[in-house]
Design a protein around this ligand. Structure first.
Ligand SMILES: CC(C)(COP(=O)(O)OP(=O)(O)OC[C@H]1O[C@@H](n2cnc3c(N)ncnc32)[C@H](O)[C@@H]1OP(=O)(O)O)[C@@H](O)C(=O)NCCC(=O)NCCS
Length: 183
């Protein structure tokens, strides 16, 4: 399959859901980003986190470098509220080495959780992968104890394929394939 992302999608990414704008990171995002990236409660299921200031800065620098790559394979995006523009989370969408597979992730600040925004973001990321990039299959991974993430992936349309046992905890592997006949 040809990578559809190697042309038009090199442009800055921005899409909207009912309540979110999902966009490239911009100047001024560091403080709100670090606010939730350094929150132990938010980051408890993430590897190597909560982030120090240095790690948050490195993450945003890495997001900027990935944005410049052609063809682009990794999208690290900001999730902001449409109503006031406040940055409340981050979304990632990554092409897998097993192309045309990809995987997605969502992290929201505490105040934005449990309001349906994660599910909204995950659905929008799937639309991005299937419609804009023309991908065949998208995965989502989470710690078996991360009920909110598992339920978000399920509500976004994913099915649990398997659970891999890790040294410390199990990893749930969810996936969804592009609908038959989709463009
Ligand atoms: C995982 C996350 C993105 C989900 O987003 P969210 O906006 O909170 O989730 P939603 O409101 O869309 O809810 C999705 C489902 O999860 C459930 N849920 C939400 N928060 C929950 C919680 N703290 N505990 C258990 N279930 C929860 C909701 O009830 C809903 O299921 P339901 O419709 O059956 O009731 C968000 O909780 C988060 O950012 N967590 C911290 C970071 C993280 O772990 N990210 C996932 C990385 S794999």
């Amino acid at each position: 399959m040809e990578r559809k992302n190697s042309g038009s999608c090199a442009a800055p990414v921005r899409f909207e859901t009912a309540r979110l704008v999902i966009r490239e990171f911009a100047e001024g995002d560091f403080a709100p980003f670090h606010g939730f990236a350094s929150d132990m409660e938010v980051m408890r299921y993430m590897q190597d986190r909560p982030c120090t200031e240095e790690q948050s800065a490195k993450f945003l620098a890495m997001a900027g470098r990935e944005r410049e790559k052609e063809p682009r394979a990794n999208w690290y995006l900001a999730a902001a509220l449409r109503e006031d523009g406040a940055l409340v989370g981050t979304c990632n969408f990554n092409l897998s080495s097993e192309f045309p597979d990809a995987f997605l992730g969502v992290i929201l600040a505490r105040r934005a959780q449990s309001r349906g925004l994660g599910t909204e973001a995950a659905r929008a990321l799937l639309g991005f992968g299937f419609d804009a990039l023309g991908l065949g299959k998208v995965w989502g991974f989470c710690n078996v104890a991360n009920t909110a993430s598992a339920r978000m992936l399920e509500k976004a349309g994913m099915t649990l394929e398997r659970i891999d046992e890790g040294p410390h905890f199990g990893i749930m592997r969810w996936s969804v394939v592009r609908a038959e006949g989709a463009a």
